[in-house]
Design a protein around this ligand. Structure first.
Ligand SMILES: *[C@@H]1O[C@H](CO)[C@@H](O)[C@H](O)[C@H]1NC(C)=O
Length: 382
């Protein structure tokens, strides 16, 4: 597009120069004005005629210039159009790949369909499906997307030797191995600088891509953040305010389930990546190191999976009630700097301590309505 506009300008400029060259040749080729022997009236008439001609020429030139100008305006608009609000350290065109972790669930189709449906640009959001487990039917489903996704396969399908009491956790070991391999592919083979990780049982919201693009510069500029997650662990339908789709928070608990990390963070984690239970490992203080994640009030992912290593029971009792956001929020047009630690903490602390103090029993009885309240506890369950 830009190249086409550029050639239009060149074309216009060429016409302009050619027109002037022709005019010059024409004027040079004319018989000289005011030849000897001709009267004053003739000379005056000639000058007027010439002036009129010049006027016509100027009018034509003006039109040409205006045309060039209008092309240039279109071109400049195209080029300089602020696609995203300018935030510190933002690179509006950073490529944000989506890494889909797949194994043996053909329902990965549901994940991929939504991702492709909502993806604003295949160039800015390449989808990399990493498959473990060597499941042929799942591989066929992934292959059916053709060049809409990149399909890579974890090569080491061998069993992992674990201590006897962990034999039933073999699946968790394989997942950790797969994550390590896939993230190394994204950062070292594909050379991306960031990634959003989703699993084959996650369905995304319409503004999933918008959300991560808007938060990329925040993640990049705040060293007290280590991830952006699309998931609210407490995002059950009955607990969230559906009218506040734009609401975002910082959280000290690593939510996972559709999350973004930077290459620098992977470089830190990779050398000590655990053999199993990687998400619980992420939540340990040695890894988290007091850093937070951004999370939305209303989740931008939900999980529809039950099969697999995760607990089906947990899904039935809890995960299935998480609300998936449906309203598109133009996050990239918003000023999200309130999420930076200093600003966020100041406001958050004020808000918490100005809210009425209640006892946990009052909350459980629902006696205080649904406004903001605060309660104090001395232990996690106290
Ligand atoms: C963005 O919001 C912050 C407050 O959180 C304010 O200080 C800053 O000036 C705002 N920036 C713009 C460009 O509006």
């Amino acid at each position: 597009m830009v190249r086409k506009k550029g050639s239009l300008i060149l074309c216009g400029a060429f016409l302009f120069v050619a027109w002037n060259a022709l005019l010059l040749l024409y004027l040079w080729g004319r018989p000289p004005i005011g030849r000897l022997g001709e009267g004053q009236v003739n000379l005056a008439g000639e000058v007027i005629r010439l002036a009129e001609e010049v006027e016509v020429q100027l009018e034509t030139q003006k039109k040409l210039l205006k045309q060039i100008e209008s092309h240039r305006a279109v071109w400049v608009r195209q080029k300089d159009k602020p696609v995203h609000t300018v935030a510190p350290h933002s690179n509006p065109d950073v490529i944000i790949p989506i890494l889909v972790i797949a194994c043996d669930r053909v329902t990965v189709k549901r994940s991929l369909d939504r991702l492709i449906q909502y993806r604003p640009s295949p160039q800015l959001y390449p989808i990399i499906v990493s498959q473990d487990c060597g499941h042929a039917e799942t591989a066929r489903v992934i292959a059916s997307y053709g060049d809409q996704v990149s399909h890579i396969s974890q090569p080491d399908l061998s069993d992992i030797r674990v201590r006897p009491e962990h034999r039933k956790f073999q699946g968790y070991y394989k997942i950790a191995r797969h994550y390590r391999w896939a993230l190394n592919q994204v950062f070292n083979t594909f050379s991306h600088t960031t990634v959003v990780i989703v699993e084959d049982d996650l369905e995304v919201a319409p503004d999933f891509f918008e959300y991560f693009r808007a938060l990329y510069p925040i993640l990049r500029s705040d060293p007290t953040l280590w991830c952006v997650s699309a998931w609210n662990d407490n995002g059950r339908d009955a607990l969230v305010d559906s009218s506040k789709a734009e609401l975002l928070y910082r959280t000290d608990f690593f939510p996972g389930l559709g999350w973004m990390l930077l290459k620098e963070m992977w470089d830190e984690l990779e050398p000590k990546w655990p053999l199993a239970f990687w998400d619980d490992w992420m939540r340990q203080p040695e890894q988290r190191r007091d850093r937070s994640c951004i999370r939305p009030e209303i989740s931008r992912t939900i999980t529809f999976g039950r099969k697999g290593v995760s607990l089906g029971q947990f899904f039935d009792q809890y995960l299935r009630y998480i609300k998936l956001n449906t309203q598109f929020v133009p996050f990239t047009k918003q000023n999200l700097s309130y999420l930076l630690k200093e600003k966020y903490d100041e406001k958050f602390i004020k808000e918490v301590y100005s809210a009425p103090l209640v006892k946990i029993e009052e909350l459980q009885q629902g006696g205080k309505g649904r406004g903001i309240v605060h309660f104090q506890h001395t232990s996690l369950f106290g």
